[in-house]
Design a protein around this ligand. Structure first.
Ligand code: PEP
Ligand code: MG
Length: 313
């Protein structure tokens, strides 16, 4: 048996099926990046900056007041670098801050967060970034620095966008921070029905990709609080209304040359994967533990689509 591989020669990464649709992975904390990279995923579909801030134990404002702007940016750079390094040259999508005020309130400095009846409908995501551009700038500075360090695999993603006007304003702030939106890969999340309905205008603002945040998109489309156990059985990411918004967005994006992806929890579910591959999505990002299953499900659906088209021709 001369070809029997030795223990050392065995691949550490599972053999992954070749698929046209990319399968990426969501990374919750940078420390999980090595485990995520070992799945053989085609990149990171979502790395949330608010998790970097939550691990500091202080709100950005408080951290900066105590340690200075430079130290805050250094912390963000360190965390981004961990993921960018593990995955290089595979792309890593980094999302700017999107923590509802009730999450930031638990941190040191959180007493200064505004009190809101509906934090999920409140001061978070891109609307907060545009309202407090001096805080947003640090995230952009950190992103620019990581890129300049040679990690050209990082991509910038903006959360909770409603319309093109916000995207244009954010793009302007990116430019001012030294990021070139015409060469840098960047995009937005589709998390509100408004964003899905405004997709043409948003695409014209120059985004390279959009990513469905189905946790929020479902919550806002169905008016079902994603954290409310009393209506948990109504929270259905496969509701026809949600799927219709996704399908229309994918179709428009395909016509306009914008890549589409998903980074909400639903991307780990076989039924959603089936729907998305049939709809023609460019990439699917799944939880670490679901990556392998999603890879095989994507392969299965792609093969069936090919067979169907051969049979019908
Ligand atoms: C989502 O809304 O689907 C998403 C990925 O963002 P978050 O869960 O951080 O709100
Ligand atoms: Mg979201």
């Amino acid at each position: 048996q001369p070809h029997e591989p030795t223990e050392d020669a065995r691949p550490t990464t599972p053999v992954k099926p070749m698929t046209a649709t990319e399968v990426k992975v969501n990374v919750s904390i940078p420390e999980a990046a090595d485990r995520a990279a070992a799945t053989g995923a085609d990149g990171v579909g979502l790395l949330r900056m608010e998790h970097m801030v939550l691990s500091l134990g202080k709100t950005p404002e408080q951290y900066i007041a105590d340690n200075g702007e430079r130290a805050y940016i250094d912390e963000l750079v360190d965390d981004m670098r961990t993921a960018a390094e593990e995955f290089y040259p595979r792309p890593v999508r980094i999302r700017t801050l999107d923590a509802p005020t009730d999450e930031f309130r638990q941190l040191e400095g959180g007493e200064d967060e505004p009190h809101e009846h509906n934090p999920m409908l409140g001061y978070r995501g891109i609307r907060r970034s545009l309202d407090a551009p001096e805080i947003f700038k640090h995230e952009l500075d950190a992103f620019r620095r990581i890129y300049e360090m040679g990690y050209d695999n990082v991509e910038l993603m903006l959360p909770l966008v409603n319309d093109a006007e916000e995207v244009i304003q954010a793009r302007e702030l990116m430019k001012r921070a030294g990021i070139d939106p015409s060469t840098q890969e960047w995009g937005i999340m589709i998390e509100t029905p408004a964003a899905a309905l405004e997709i043409e205008e948003i695409a014209e603002a120059g985004v390279d990709f959009v990513s469905f945040g189905t946790n929020d998109l479902t919550q806002y489309t169905l008016a079902v609080d994603r954290n409310n156990e009393h209506v948990a059985d109504q929270f259905d990411e496969l509701h026809p209304a949600v799927l219709s918004l996704i399908d229309n967005t994918i179709e428009t994006c395909r016509d306009l040359g914008v890549k589409t992806s998903i980074c909400g929890q639903a991307g780990s579910k076989p039924k959603m994967v089936q729907f998305l591959v049939e709809a023609g999505i460019s990439s699917i990002s799944a939880n670490i533990d679901a990556v392998q299953d999603v890879q095989h499900e994507v392969k299965r659906v792609e093969q069936r689509l090919i067979l169907d088209s051969v049979r019908s021709s």
